[in-house]
Ligand binder design. Structure first.
Ligand code: GUN
Ligand code: ZN
Length: 442
């Protein structure tokens, strides 16, 4: 047995595959063991009777170990304006979002934002996130640093805009490539982090900026692209007015060469059948953001329509349009919205959307997303006994499927005992980062 290995023993629950495509995807073990090597990788899944001698065991019986959540759409510079009252998308952007994002020009404010953001995600059980970052380079560097401090795996994109936003947020087309080059080539990023090409949406990028983005992508074909699409009816009308020669919202991104298998299109509520067919041909992903879609009154996403068209779907909180930081809590809204569409999703579908789907969308499925040997040990340890009423509820479940469903519907931050990234418990680093916020007045 390699030096430095250890074992976590408890209830294990994850997906071996995509449950929308194959049966028998849910893996549930009431009492299982993960052997974790000194480098933070899952070496093996074992039964308790198979435990090798001499390897320290952390006894987590009474807890459930889930894979860390993967939030595929979330805005860092909106961490302090989540729960902003009373507006729909376009007026919400004007009234709250753009003024807040301008504040990240101040490096001290940006450091506080980064610390709060990474702490909020990690303590909610999110271990990997694809992030809309700032236009200000120092703010993005602070974001990578805060993420590394707590162990959050972050793919971050400077949010590119050059029209219809305050002047301080604009990047001229000829400077747009530099925004990404600075992070991609010149900044020493932590391992398992990344940079995403991030033109905000069709309304805030001129054709010239979109073209630059397309060229940058052609030179960096493995890079992720993230943007918004078909979120709000007024937004769609404005896109139509701005690009009258194009047949659809999607065509704006298609024309710029931005659609591929590593493209994440946030919201996609009013996407037409023709657009869905094109997304499927390109292999692009839709990111369902249920919390935000409800909070901003944007509309109801159809998982069914996307799947019927062959479009894959993952999940995002979309903070600050989203009203909470927990992707696990978003599952309750995913379920309710699917019910309104006539479909009752199973526990395995919900868990997939919060974990393995995001890993696949980011192209990181060989490293994260489930508890498969060979993957990083990114885990959420949920204490099933901390709340006696939750414990009592779970005692009334007959099998793993039922238990997981009840657990996902009741899982709150208070039930999370620990979050592990690379097998390392991140509670102490998290407490330190949160403490640094409390101890400074910014
Ligand atoms: N569309 C363009 N920018 C944004 C944003 O910051 N949040 C949401 N929800 N939609 C957008
Ligand atoms: Zn968004």
């Amino acid at each position: 047995m390699a030096e430095g290995s250890r074992i976590l023993r408890g209830m294990l629950c994850d997906l071996r595959s995509n449950p929308f495509q194959s049966g028998d995807a849910l893996r549930f073990s009431e009492d299982g063991c993960l052997l974790i090597d000194a480098q933070g990788r899952i070496e093996a899944r074992l039964e308790p009777h198979e435990l090798p001698p001499g390897v320290p065991v952390e006894d987590l019986r009474g807890c459930c170990l889930l894979p860390g959540a993967v939030d595929a759409h979330v805005h860092l510079p909106q961490v302090f304006m989540q729960a902003a009252w009373g507006e729909k998308l376009l007026s919400w952007l004007e009234r709250y979002t753009f003024p807040e994002e301008l504040r990240y020009a101040d490096p001290a404010y940006a450091r506080r934002g980064a610390a709060a953001f990474c702490s909020q995600l990690l303590r909610a059980g999110t271990t990997t996130a694809c992030v809309y970052g700032s236009v200000f380079p120092a703010a993005n560097r602070a974001a990578f640093e805060a993420a590394a401090q707590v162990g959050l795996r972050a793919i971050i994109g400077p949010t590119a805009m050059d029209r219809d936003v305050p002047a301080g947020l604009r990047t001229a087309p000829e400077q747009t490539a530099g925004l990404y080059d600075a992070l991609f080539h010149e900044f020493d990023r932590p391992p398992y982090s990344g940079v995403a090409l991030t033109p905000r949406f069709a309304l805030s990028s001129s054709p010239a900026q979109l073209e630059v983005c397309g060229s940058w992508l052609a030179a960096h074909p493995d890079c992720l692209v993230q943007t918004h699409i078909n979120e709000n009816r007024d937004e769609i009308s404005a896109v139509r007015a701005l690009f009258p020669e194009l047949s659809s919202y999607l065509a704006v991104y298609e024309q710029a060469g931005l659609l591929g298998e590593r493209t994440l299109l946030g919201h996609s509520i009013y996407t037409t059948e023709a657009e869905l067919a094109q997304m499927a041909r390109r292999g692009s992903w839709a990111v369902h953001c249920p919390s935000s879609n409800l909070f901003l009154g944007s509309g109801l996403f159809s998982l069914e329509a996307h799947h019927n068209a062959g479009v894959q779907v993952c999940l995002g909180t979309d903070i600050g349009g989203g009203s909470h930081f927990s992707l696990f809590e978003s599952l309750q809204q995913v379920y309710g919205i699917a019910q309104l569409g006539g479909r009752a999703l199973r526990a395995e579908h919900l868990l997939y959307l919060a974990t393995l789907a995001g890993a696949e969308a980011l192209g990181w499925q060989s490293h994260i997303g489930n508890l498969e040997p060979g993957k990083r040990a990114d885990l959420v340890c949920v204490d099933l006994q901390r709340d006696p009423l939750l414990a009592e509820r779970l005692r009334h479940c007959d099998d793993g499927d039922e238990l997981l469903f009840a657990l996902l519907f009741n899982l709150r931050r208070e039930h999370i005992r620990e979050v592990y990234v690379d097998g390392v418990p991140r509670g102490p680093a998290l407490a330190e980062l949160i403490g640094s916020l409390a101890g400074s007045d910014g």
